[in-house]
Design a protein around this ligand. Structure first.
Ligand SMILES: [Zn+2]
Ligand SMILES: [Zn+2]
Length: 124
């Protein structure tokens, strides 16, 4: 049986269940990720769309078109950042939305836009 991962937003309207394996967990410190997360580095978990189920009463998250090929996703009730939904069949989640953030397979495998971080900010 493939491993499953659950998560959701602050108010619980958006809940999800993802079926593993997790693809390409990575950090990004580009300016868009900084604004999107409100933090200096975003940690992304990507999965193919057909392995994502939206299980909360709010269904799929709301979307805002942020760039060619991708929209940012969020809960329409509490506003929490869920991640991004690409035009190609990929859904990206921010790691903090997962119920169990300590799962070893969520650990980032690569670091993007490292130069966008302040020197005092250490991720890993
Ligand atoms: Zn919510
Ligand atoms: Zn980025």
């Amino acid at each position: 049986m493939p491993k499953t991962y659950e998560g959701g937003c602050l108010c619980g309207d958006v809940r999800f269940e993802v079926t593993g394996p997790i693809k390409f967990p990575h950090t990004c410190s580009c300016k868009m990720c900084q604004r999107h997360s409100g933090s200096l580095t975003q940690v992304w978990i990507e999965v193919p769309r057909d392995r994502v189920k939206w299980t909360g009463k709010g269904g799929a998250p709301k979307k805002w078109r942020s760039s060619a090929g991708s929209s940012r996703s969020f809960c329409g009730t509490c506003g929490l950042t869920i991640g991004a939904i690409d035009d190609k069949p990929v859904v990206a989640f921010t790691i903090g939305t997962f119920d169990k953030t300590g799962a070893k397979d969520l650990m980032p495998q690569s670091l993007s836009y490292v130069g966008g971080r302040p020197k005092w900010w250490s991720v890993m």
